[in-house]
Each structure stands twice: as structure tokens, then as C-alpha cells.
Design a binder for this molecule. Structure first.
Ligand code: GCU
Length: 423
């Protein structure tokens, strides 16, 4: 047996035991509460102080809500203007997956306030599609190479801070705990379903590490108060769209963003900010994502801001222990995305991400979806996903992570809202 295999076994075998036990001992959302009855908190932005009366009223309140309340209180304010351009396009394979798709690696340069940043994006576009294809933008935890099964001709993350699972032994362990699809989305299946895919690792620009991340954020903020990494990663979804905007193989009217957990928080923030995003899949996005900060279950503001001080605007930490005083809550973030489709994924043994809080947030956002005259949130039960509704909630057994069957659900939701040509 080669030495690296022995090393791997030493890491994986105890992990198997540990995580086998963990799935039993991990706190679960009680099954009997799969129908949260409580209504979400009603807040001034579209509550009764005074109540939002109609769509015009909402439209007028939307911009200040996003800017002065959400960005300044929770995420920080992204730089006003930025420009992304493709510095290089490298053909990786013209006929990948038996001719199904063209694989390219794009080097994207972003200029902001005299500073520049660079990230690599893998682009897979269906061949012989009858027209431009809808696209799913995916941020991964593990870098592009891991997302393509470790292919040597796909680059590893740039810079000294590789993705959590793109540095050797860690990858199998991370996949074991959180599911293979956390690092490697089923690209071939997605392409066969008629969607293009763009994958990038936001840590190329803002590392997920307190000191290095904070430095990168300060540099790109151009003297403005520090923004948080969640906002920056969200802003990068938009820079990815900039870079794709001249690509004739992509249908820019059908752009979805996908993110799991911390990347799910970013995906939601990105959609609130960027109207070019037509659909969001935020899987287990938790605190600072889809779940209400006021719902006293799962991760608290105190916990998230002390473990990840670089993720949010500094102000957010000051609400630790006084969530009720926040001028916003996360149902408003969902409302800012209305009327565009959003799917919220959750799991029973992922109480840390607070599935109830996300359900209540969707209940709260429904009021704004209804102002647009769309279906909004129609579920009364956490288990009965209404895929046709614009706001859909998905709840499965199991724990935090991404499984390949989660992707069946994601694709089902995409199919319900986007048009594409299946292969
Ligand atoms: C931690 C963090 C969560 C986050 C998660 C993830 O658990 O506390 O807020 O969503 O990591 O990104 O996997």
C-alpha cells in the first residue's frame, strides 16, 4: 500500500466512526414541528409601521431597505462600481462528456477603486444546443479542480489559501462528512438537462480566513468601511455574470445562482443586489442566510460573528444577544429577491442552520411576492415542497451537506421555472 493511502486510511477510518455516530447524536429538528405555526416578526419595512400597501409603495422602500438597513447592518456595502473582464480563455476540452459540452477555463480580472483582483472560472456549455442555454453559477468550497473530479488540466485555487478541501487529504474527509456533491456537483447531469454551468472559487479573491480575508476586503473597499466576506462572495457572482455577458452560448435572461451554506448566504445576498440573477438555490444557508436571526434556534449572531468575524459588517456583531433590536431580519432579504424564484434547502439533523427559522422567513417574505401577483410561498408543511411556487422550501432527513439526490431536487426546481432544451 502506498504511503499516502495509509495516511488517508488513518484519517478516514476514525472519521467514518465519528461521523457515523454523529448522524445519530447530531441534534435534529423535532419531526412533530415540521409545520411551524408562528408567523415571522413583522417589521417596519413591510409590516405595519405603516404597512406596505401596494407594489409602488414596496418599490419605493426597496432601495433604502437594501442599502441603509441590510447592507449597513448585516453584510457591509460592496464597492459602488466594478468592472470584470476576461483576461484569458483557455480551452480545456471541446467535446467533454462524450461531446456533450465545451469546457473552458476563464481568467477573470476585476477592477475596483484602483485595485484589481483575479479569479478562475470553469465554464461548461452544452454543445449543439438549439439556442443559448440557461446557466447555473456555482461557488464551491473546494476549488475548480475538485469540482471536476481532480482533473489535472483544471487549475487549483489561486493564492496561498486553497479551498478547505483542495489541499490533499482533506478532500476525501470533507466529502465523507458533507457528501461528495459538496465539492463536485454533478456537472454532466446538469449539462444533460440542458443547463450550462459556471464554477468558481470565491476564495481566489477573498480568502475564507479571518486575517487574510479582512485584508482582501479592506483592499477592495477602497477606503470605505469594511464589507463582509459574505457580501464580497455574493458580489463575485455578479462579476461572474459580467464576464459571461458577451457569451452567445449563454442565455442571460436565465441565470441561476447556487450556493451551499456560507455560499448559500452569498447567493441570497447576490440576488438581492443584482436583478440579472433570475433564480436562487440556497441550500442550508442558515444564520445570515435564509433563517431569521430572531428565531432563537440554531446558530446565534454571537456564535457566527465570533467564529467568523470577517463574514459580516462590524455592526452585525453588536446585535449579539439583542436580535430583537435588529432593524431587519432575513425574511426581508428574501423579499428583496421577489418575485424571482428561490429554493431553500434544509435537513432534519442540521438544526445549526435552523430549518424552522428559514421556513418562517419564507412565510414572512410571501407578503411581498404576493404584491407582485405571483404565487409566493404556498407551503404549510416543511415536507411538501411546492416546486411551482416562486418561494419553495425543501426539507429532507440527514445532515448538513450536499447529496446527489439534493441535486435532483435542485434540477426539478430549475426545470419548473426555466426553459431549456434537454439533451
Ligand atoms: C459553519 C457556520 C455556518 C455556515 C457553515 C458552512 O457551520 O457556523 O454559518 O453556514 O459553517 O458554511 O458550512
Amino acid at each position: 500500500m502506498r504511503r499516502w493511502m495509509i495516511g488517508l486510511a488513518v484519517l478516514v477510518i476514525p472519521a467514518l466512526g465519528l461521523f457515523g455516530c454523529m448522524s445519530v447524536v447530531l441534534p435534529a429538528v423535532p419531526a412533530e414541528v415540521e409545520r411551524p405555526a408562528a408567523r415571522p416578526p413583522v417589521l417596519a419595512a413591510f409590516g405595519d409601521d405603516p404597512a406596505v400597501e401596494n407594489l409602488d409603495d414596496w418599490t419605493n422602500r426597496r432601495a433604502p431597505l437594501l442599502r441603509t438597513l441590510f447592507q449597513e447592518t448585516v453584510y457591509g456595502v460592496p464597492p459602488e462600481s466594478a468592472e470584470a473582464r476576461i483576461a484569458d480563455t483557455r480551452l480545456v476540452e471541446a467535446d467533454a462528456y462524450g461531446g456533450l459540452a465545451r469546457l473552458e477555463e476563464l481568467t477573470v480580472d476585476v477592477e475596483v477603486g484602483g485595485e484589481s483582483a483575479r479569479f478562475l472560472m470553469m465554464l461548461a456549455t452544452p454543445n449543439n444546443a438549439p439556442g443559448p442555454s440557461p446557466i447555473i453559477l456555482i461557488q464551491t468550497f473546494c476549488g475548480n479542480r475538485a469540482a471536476f473530479g481532480g482533473r489535472e488540466d483544471v487549475s487549483a485555487p489561486l493564492g496561498p489559501y486553497p479551498g478547505v478541501c483542495d489541499n490533499g487529504f482533506a478532500e476525501p474527509v470533507v466529502e465523507l462528512v458533507f457528501g461528495r456533491a459538496i465539492s463536485e456537483p454533478p456537472v454532466q447531469r446538469i449539462l444533460a438537462r440542458g443547463y450550462a454551468v459556471a464554477i468558481f472559487y470565491a476564495g481566489d479573491v477573498v480568502p475564507d480566513e479571518t486575517e487574510a480575508g479582512t485584508q482582501a476586503l479592506a483592499r477592495l473597499a477602497g477606503g470605505q468601511p469594511r464589507w463582509g466576506a459574505i457580501a464580497a462572495w455574493g458580489w463575485l457572482y455578479s462579476r461572474a455574470i459580467d464576464a459571461l455577458s458577451d457569451n452567445a452560448r449563454i442565455d442571460l435572461d436565465q441565470v441561476a445562482v447556487w450556493g451551499h451554506s456560507r455560499n448559500g448566504k452569498s447567493a441570497l445576498f447576490a440576488a438581492a443586489l443584482d436583478p440579472r440573477i433570475g433564480l436562487v438555490i440556497a441550500h442550508q444557508s442558515g444564520t445570515g442566510g435564509a433563517t431569521l436571526s430572531r428565531n432563537a434556534e440554531g446558530e446565534s449572531i454571537e456564535e457566527i460573528t465570533s467564529t467568523y468575524p470577517h463574514w459580516f459588517a462590524e455592526t452585525f456583531a453588536s446585535y449579539a444577544g439583542r436580535e430583537d433590536e435588529l432593524p431587519v431580519d432575513q425574511h426581508m432579504l428574501l423579499a428583496l429577491i421577489a418575485p424571482r424564484p428561490v429554493l431553500l434547502g434544509n435537513a432534519r439533523r442540521d438544526a445549526w442552520s435552523d430549518p424552522h427559522g428559514a421556513f418562517r422567513a419564507a412565510q414572512g417574505a410571501d407578503a411581498v411576492y404576493e404584491l407582485f401577483g405571483v404565487e409566493g410561498f404556498e407551503q404549510s408543511d416543511m415536507r411538501e415542497t411546492n416546486f411551482d411556487a416562486e418561494l419553495a422550501y425543501y426539507f429532507r432527513n440527514g445532515r448538513h451537506g450536499v447529496t446527489t439526490s439534493d441535486w435532483d431536487v435542485f434540477l426539478h426546481f430549475l426545470d419548473a421555472h426555466f426553459t431549456r432544451a434537454e439533451r
